[in-house]
Design a protein around this ligand. Structure first.
Ligand SMILES: Cc1ncc(COP(=O)(O)O)c(C=O)c1O
Length: 384
């Protein structure tokens, strides 16, 4: 069998091997504190589950239009009005199987083979693989704590050239939890516009921000493509549902691609998601957001006290990207030792890029405060 050459460029996540080993250790009776998992530990709010059941009972089991249920597109548009005071035409919203499919749709519609896509390093690992699938070139812009792990406008300008088609950024970011500076948004847009490209902003962690203002990029311009999802704030990872807001001219292209690639997002999930915007689900979700904030407020100083460097307090998501150079320059080996010897699972920096990856690890606070305290206790015993 001849496997396509592009497959050689697509890497699995290193953390998966770590997770598999963690499960093995657990099966053998060891207790493991999981701080590597990138999804909320809470189950989907009950009113949303009930709405999914009701949809199933009502026999709503057929395809929806490729761009999504019209009611859901309208409800998402209202969410932009209610939460951000931004008017979005529901016809600009394309409902997708997760943000993952939204990212693939938008990149497939905008990126030619050989074209360059600017990303951050560190950044969400799947993005570069989506670009490889298109036989295009991901270009990681190294970012550090000095710029809150987001690129400066000058850096984007310096990386942009005539072969570049897309600047893709996330706010809050995975793995760093930091937001884009709203002051930079016009600058990014100017660079991208001058180069005839497109700015894509992944807002999947919106809703999970802890005090800092997080305006949507749509408040800056309708030209920006914005991605979001029901996975993180709404706690619906397994329902596979996300969305994309695109400029009107792009929507027919996305519609065409959606028809071909996945026909439609899951119907039951779309009906269930309508309830995610309504009380009592909204009350449950806000309570969970408060729990995530409590966890961050505990874990951030606790890790700093142990000697991890986290110079910029993250504003959102559920991650802390920590400099571990006081202990190691090989965060991959360090993560493995931590698992084997201390029973704590974390993600090595190498999963998010190559820039200073050996000196960084990601802690996810997607587990209870009690587990986090136990994790910190184990880390202290291991490190000090
Ligand atoms: C930054 C970012 N974008 C997109 C995704 C994909 O999420 P989903 O397809 O579940 O909506 C993730 C998942 O971890 C992520 O961290």
């Amino acid at each position: 069998m001849a496997i396509a050459a592009r497959m050689q460029r697509i890497q699995p996540f290193h953390v998966m091997a770590l997770l598999a080993r963690a499960r093995e250790l657990e099966a053998a009776g060891r207790s493991i504190i999981h701080m590597e998992i990138g999804e909320p530990d809470f189950v989907t709010p009950q009113p949303v589950i009930d709405a999914g059941h009701a949809a199933l009972q009502a026999g709503l089991t057929h395809y929806t239009p490729a761009t999504g249920l019209p009611e859901l597109r309208r409800r998402i548009a209202r969410h932009y009005r209610d939460r951000y005071a931004v008017e979005v035409d529901p016809l600009r919203i394309v409902v997708t199987p997760g943000a993952s499919s939204a990212l693939q749709l938008v990149l497939a519609a905008l990126v030619d083979p050989g074209s360059r896509v600017l990303l951050t390093d560190p950044g969400y690992p799947c993005n570069r693989n989506f670009v490889y699938l298109l036989n295009a070139e991901p270009v990681g812009m190294p970012v550090g704590a000095d710029t809150a792990w987001q690129p400066s406008v000058a850096q984007v300008q310096a990386h942009w050239n005539e072969d570049t088609s897309v600047l893709l950024l996330a706010s809050p970011s995975n793995p760093t939890g930091t937001l884009l500076d709203p002051g930079c948004m016009h600058g990014y847009l100017d660079v991208v516009r001058a180069g005839g490209g497109t700015l894509v902003i992944d807002e999947i962690y919106h809703g999970l921000t802890y005090g800092a203002a997080a305006p949507t990029a749509l408040s800056v311009s309708d030209e920006i493509c914005v991605i979001n999802s029901f996975s993180k704030y709404f706690g619906m990872t397994g329902w596979r549902l996300g969305w994309l807001v695109a400029p009107p001219a792009l929507v027919p292209e996305l519609d065409k691609l959606a028809q071909n690639l996945f026909l439609a997002a899951p119907t039951l999930s779309q009906h269930a998601a309508l309830q995610a915007f309504e009380a009592p689900a909204t009350g449950i979700l806000e309570q969970r957001c408060a729990y995530f904030r409590q966890r961050r407020d505990y874990l951030l100083p606790a890790l700093r006290e142990l000697g991890f460097g986290i110079p910029v307090p993250p504003d959102g998501a559920f991650y802390l990207y920590a400099d571990c150079s006081r202990f190691t320059r090989d965060s991959f080996a360090f993560s493995h030792r931590l698992l084997e010897e201390a029973g704590v699972a974390i993600t090595p920096g190498i999963d998010f890029g190559s820039y200073r990856a050996g000196e960084h690890v990601r802690f996810a606070y997607t587990t209870s405060l009690e587990n986090l305290r136990e994790g910190v206790r184990r880390l202290r015993d291991f490190l000090l």
